[in-house]
Design a protein. Structure first.
Length: 228
């Protein structure tokens, strides 16, 4: 079993180095960072388009987050860094209990967790969402913060990298809480909560596209779905 230990000083240094390195290569910055609560349990949920999404969101969100990361990455050259940064391994497309319990412990202690609820890279418009983030919010009472990451993919498809000095933005949305839905059976309550979360995130991504003028892959700013 892969384990990760959160070392605040190392994470702070890693994030600072990451900001310098990323800004040396790209025009990247956070938008509305003041919206992120800096204390108490927080689940940041982000759309997922390219490989760079995880590092960029980790570096540029104003608060350190422990992300649920695809387990296979821990066996790659990135594994040492991921473990040092305290990231949590999870099997892709699986509500893996050990990963969710580790994330729950982080939230119960008042920390922040980052999740890409789509589960894998896609078009970035959040057409689907898995249930892990909503489950964690229901279990811990954590506030949810939608995050839109834009500009992390080049013109050659989702595996391509953006050209040097191109714009990237990490747009932080308004925090929200899931409805309690009293009287609704547990499984249905989780399904409804997951859809509520998905809609919030999809609307935020659409608004971020309009606000920044950056496009998702194969989606122009004018063609972006409405947030209304």
């Amino acid at each position: 079993m892969t384990t990760s230990t959160f070392r605040p000083r190392l994470v702070k240094a890693g994030r600072q180095f990451g900001v310098v390195a990323a800004r040396g290569l790209y025009d990247v910055r956070a938008v509305h960072p003041e919206r992120m609560p800096m204390a108490g349990p927080v689940i940041a949920v982000s759309n997922h388009v390219g490989f760079l999404d995880g590092p960029i969101v980790f570096i540029f969100t104003p608060r350190p987050l422990r992300f649920l990361v695809k387990r296979s990455y821990f066996s790659s050259a990135w594994g040492v860094l991921l473990r040092a940064m305290g990231q949590i391994p999870i099997d892709q497309n699986s509500a893996e209990r050990s990963a969710l319990m580790a994330a729950k412990d982080v939230l119960t202690a008042g920390g922040g967790v980052g999740i890409f609820p789509e589960g894998t890279r896609g078009g970035g418009t959040v057409e689907t969402a898995q249930q892990g983030a909503a489950w964690l919010a229901q279990q811990t009472g954590a506030v949810i913060v939608p995050v839109a990451v834009l500009g992390t993919v080049g013109t050659g498809g989702r595996d391509s990298w953006p050209r040097l000095r191109s714009e990237m933005r990490v747009v932080v949305g308004e925090p929200f809480e899931l409805p309690e839905l009293p009287g609704v059976p547990g499984r249905q309550r989780l399904q409804l909560a997951t859809e509520d979360l998905r809609e919030h995130l999809a609307e935020h991504v659409a608004q971020a596209v309009r606000e920044t003028g950056l496009s998702l892959p194969h989606v122009s700013a004018d063609a972006a779905p409405s947030a209304e």
